[in-house]
Design a protein around this ligand. Structure first.
Ligand code: OOB
Length: 541
């Protein structure tokens, strides 16, 4: 029996096959760390916030946090909203949850109260862990607590003065009962990830212990990780790519060392790479570009670096070709989604494959269909929508019955909304998307959500948010506005979104006023025509 209502399990015969074929091994994520700690207790597991923790220390700290969560009345299956930057509290919270059977809901650091309130309500969070220590963080914590009635505890990190929140340190200081078994089962939901790929407000993606363990194990293998690996976590650890593809969890599984970067900028990262002899890092394409530019200028010591993974948005071939000459390491393209399916180019692939494709599925149990508008498979080489199912791909979003009815086929394929081309060797090329999401350099901007916020502005009569091509980011956003009276400026709209607590990456890069929108024959806003207008404007500038 699944512990969580609102979670769609795999059909039992499919689950039995995944177990029989060894994709699901009956492990929990808490034991991934315990196993590595048993193998090499004194090996450095984590470098974070100026501290170094070996595996034994991290393992014990995870037990303390699990005990702390239990002591605060959190029960297996309860949800804990986590909004933390890359740092020790994030890792401790995560493993405390895995061991106590509490389900972390991983908000991104860029999220603000609009997103956090939505996530707290949607998940029915019993508690939150938020960053503390400043008036801005305090305000955020108060808003989240006040707007979600299920929230019983708010834990805050940092050194805030006396207030209505429980210091995170009380969790770390809890004394675990020796021999307390983990409260999690392999088939239970281990974590709720955020979808970047759906229309409307973010959806929650349940990932089970078995499925996520399969994800991180296979990712660690395909990226060639072992105990000598030193991974730099430059992207937010709360994002699937940095968390488990292979990222933090894959490195812990391999018995390597993870270095948490407080920020992904080249200067911060280059220092850490040289100091910690980092071997592996994952980046989104705009960061790959920024690193290439900075490396040419600064000539940093990157001699330890062997692998750069790039994913989250389409990497341009010209950029891909510069990686080895400039950074001196191999490139691996990763095309993944929080919903599950991961594609990687392989370390022994020919250069052409690595430069021009987004790789092929991770597992031989991944089923990928590329289909036309009629739902029939298109031949290799032709573009169609990617549908997928497999041992680590969800069968339904959490508590989203209506959306699930259209997001999945009756036989359980997830309709990704991505337009891809499959080459004869099985590698995929991402060509575009059907879904209403703008991919701003790896940050996913949900069009409908932002439009709804903008419509609430008193001088916005109608609005359409469209993406336009950008050489660095892939795409940026332009809000076309039909004004009510005097047209609002970009600053007006950015202030409006900031006041509503909307993450900054969702703020429009440009604002254009129009008298009316071009319409399609069916009367819908003709977004394609708007994109063309935008391109004309860009050229005219
Ligand atoms: C990763 O995950 P999400 O959930 O933030 O976004 C998924 C979407 C995909 O459906 C696709 O539209 C796009 O991001 N995407 C790519 C891509 N990788 C992701 N588009 C083109 N080329 C790529 N290499 O973004 C994610 C999750 C795990 C690993 C890597 C990325």
């Amino acid at each position: 029996m699944p512990l969580l209502d609102g979670f769609t399990p795999w059909p039992e015969p499919t689950a039995a096959r995944y177990r029989a074929e060894g994709h699901w091994t009956g492990t929990t994520l808490g034991s991934v760390l315990r196993d590595s700690a048993r193998r090499a207790p004194a090996h450095t597991a984590l470098v974070a916030d100026g501290r170094r923790l070996d595996y034994a220390e991290l393992d014990r700290a995870a037990d303390c946090v699990a005990a702390g969560l239990r002591a605060h009345g959190l029960k297996p299956g309860n949800r804990l909203l986590v909004h933390l930057p890359n740092g020790l509290p994030f890792v401790l919270t995560l493993f405390g949850c895995f061991r106590a059977g509490v389900v972390p809901v991983l908000a991104l650091p860029a999220h603000r109260e609009s997103e956090l309130v939505h996530l707290a309500r949607l998940s029915g969070a019993a508690a939150c862990v938020l960053e503390g220590g400043g008036p801005e963080q305090d305000r955020l914590a108060r808003t989240v607590r006040a707007s979600a009635h299920t929230v019983r505890h708010v834990f805050t990190t940092g050194t805030a003065g006396p207030g209505p929140f429980t210091p995170f340190d009380t969790l770390v200081a809890a004394e675990p009962d020796p021999g307390t078994p983990d409260d999690a089962r392999p088939q239970d939901v281990a974590v709720l990830l955020l979808s970047g790929g759906t229309t409307g407000l973010p959806k929650l993606i349940p990932r089970t212990h078995d499925d996520y363990a399969c994800n991180l194990r296979a990712s660690a293998a395909v990226a060639g990780l072992d105990a000598s690996t030193v991974t730099l976590l430059a992207l937010p650890a709360a994002h699937n790519f940095a968390l488990a593809c292979p990222g933090l969890l894959g490195t812990l599984h391999a018995g390597g060392t993870t270095v948490l970067a407080p920020a992904p900028d080249p200067e911060t990262a280059f220092d850490l790479i040289a100091r910690e002899r980092v071997t592996t890092v994952a980046l989104v394409p705009p960061l790959v570009l920024a690193w290439l530019e900075a490396a040419e200028l600064l000539a940093p010591d990157l001699s330890s670096l062997t692998l750069l993974q790039a994913g989250g948005a389409r990497l341009k071939e010209e950029t891909a070709r510069r990686v080895r000459p400039v950074l001196g390491c191999a490139l691996q393209q990763v095309y993944g989604m929080a919903e599950g399916l991961l594609n990687f180019t392989r370390l022994d692939d020919p250069d052409e494959t690595v430069f021009t494709t987004q790789g092929r599925p991770l597992s031989d149990a991944d089923e990928v269909r590329v289909v036309g508008p009629d739902g029939a498979d298109v031949p290799d080489g032709e573009t169609g929508e990617l549908w997928t199912r497999g041992p680590y791909t969800l069968r339904g979003y959490f508590r989203a019955e209506r959306h699930n009815a259209t997001a999945f086929t009756l036989d359980g394929f997830y309709r990704s909304g991505d337009l891809v081309r499959r080459l004869p060797g099985g590698n995929l090329v991402v060509e575009g998307r059907l879904k209403d999401v703008i991919n701003r350099g790896g940050d996913k901007v949900p069009v409908e959500e932002v439009e709804n916020h903008l419509l609430a502005h008193p001088r916005v009569h109608d609005v359409a948010l469209v993406g336009y091509p950008d050489p660095d980011m892939g795409e940026r956003t332009c809000a076309f506005v039909v004004p009510r009276g005097e047209a609002p400026t970009r600053r007006d709209l950015v202030d409006h979104l900031t006041a509503r607590g909307v993450a900054a990456f969702k703020h429009p890069d440009r604002v254009r006023a129009l008298d009316s929108f071009p319409r399609t024959g069916a009367g819908k806003v003709d977004r394609a025509a708007l994109v063309r207008t935008q391109n004309t404007v860009v050229e005219a500038l």
